[in-house]
Design a protein around this ligand. Structure first.
Ligand code: 5GP
Ligand code: MN
Length: 340
């Protein structure tokens, strides 16, 4: 495994000197950053004559349709044989915006087998198995993988292959993962890069509308229900949480992506520094964590909830029922808060 640097970028560049078959792998529960990065890379490589396929383990939310070429996404769970074949035939495989096998869904079962050169571009702390990747460009301090993808293009000095589609995809990634440029990891460089991307003609109003002003009535009423009836606060230990059962989600005709962002609401209350959001799934409980200041939910999710992410935004799973998942969180949360 080699970290990609300015010193060895020519080694990576040489891989692309002739037309290559490339597969770009995005993570499970795909979000704006993994798909924005994936399709930004897709268009940039296609513009240079490479043959690219973008895959996710499962379905993305519809509001990400503002990402150019979204309709070309191949869903692994729906096209297993075709996907396997493409992954095994690929000369180069990019893994984008994730590195833990648990984030790869069923693709995780095959990822170590193909012969293609594997390149990781990510902004999560790295937990991947040794020797899985040939080249790694991983910067946990950067707010979005899409920003690192732009850096990667700059390292290549091939900015002429950036066009409006590439810029729109990358802008969407940065916008969503930086929570509209508000996270602590949003820097002057983030805003400079966003500015450069806009200069390619990105219609930022259309992206914003597609992502933030495109909800169903059910989604907004589900949010109202979650905040009014399901949000619990512990003011002594400064945390809050929301939980939703399958039945409650069904009552509001839940669609993929509908609960995106719910976890952020408890954190908007003065004095709350830790928030958790529990969703009941068929075989497990999905949990999202968000925090402020020095409360590190990445380590917390990794240690106690089979997950990971970033210091202030992480996720994980609990294998058991909803009540027990919440109980475990309530037992562990005070220690996490008191540690700081
Ligand atoms: P979300 O709460 O929005 O699902 O995820 C927040 C962050 O945590 C994202 O950066 C995501 O990549 C990471 N994350 C969410 N679920 C998991 C998980 O099950 N395992 C790991 N390693 N990371 C996760
Ligand atoms: Mn990301």
């Amino acid at each position: 495994m080699k970290n990609i640097t300015f010193e060895n970028i020519n080694e990576v560049r040489n891989l692309f000197s002739i037309s290559k078959k490339v597969v770009v792998l995005c993570h499970k529960n795909p979000d704006g950053d993994t798909l924005g990065s994936g399709f930004g890379l897709y268009q940039w490589l296609e513009n240079q004559g490479h043959k690219v396929d973008v895959m996710t383990p499962d379905f993305p939310p519809e509001f990400l349709r503002c990402i150019p070429n979204f309709e070309k996404l191949i869903i692994f769970s729906q096209n297993k044989e075709i996907c396997r074949q493409k992954i095994f035939e690929a000369e180069i495989i990019f893994v984008i915006d994730h590195n833990a096998i648990s984030r790869m869904g069923e693709i995780g079962d095959v990822i170590s087998q193909p012969k293609g050169i594997k390149i990781l571009i990510d902004h999560h702390e790295c937990y991947f198995p040794e020797n899985l990747f040939d080249f790694v460009l991983c910067k946990p301090e950067v707010c979005a993988t899409a920003q690192i993808i732009f850096d990667f293009f700059r390292m290549f000095s091939e900015q002429k292959f950036i066009d409006k589609n590439v810029a729109t995809a990358l802008f969407t990634g940065i916008l969503t993962d930086s929570i509209s440029f508000t996270t602590a990891t949003t820097t002057a460089e983030t805003l400079q890069i966003a500015g450069i991307l806009l200069s390619y003609g990105v219609e930022k109003n259309l992206i914003y509308e597609s992502i933030y002003e495109n909800f169903s009535e059910n989604r907004l009423r589900l949010l109202g229900f979650a905040l009014n009836e399901k949000m619990i606060l512990d003011k002594e230990f400064h945390y809050g949480y929301i939980s939703l059962t399958i039945k409650e989600l069904e009552k509001y005709n839940y669609n993929i992506g509908d609960t995106e962002g719910f976890v952020n609401y408890p954190l908007t209350i003065k004095g709350i520094i830790l928030s958790a959001f529990f969703t009941e799934k068929k075989d497990f409980i999905k949990i999202s964590f968000r925090s402020r200041g020095n409360v590190d939910v990445n380590v917390f999710a990794h240690q106690y909830f089979n997950g990971g992410g970033h210091p202030s935004a992480a996720g994980g799973k609990y294998f058991g029922n909803l009540e027990n998942a919440i109980e475990r969180f309530k037992q562990l949360a005070p220690q996490l808060i008191q540690k700081i």
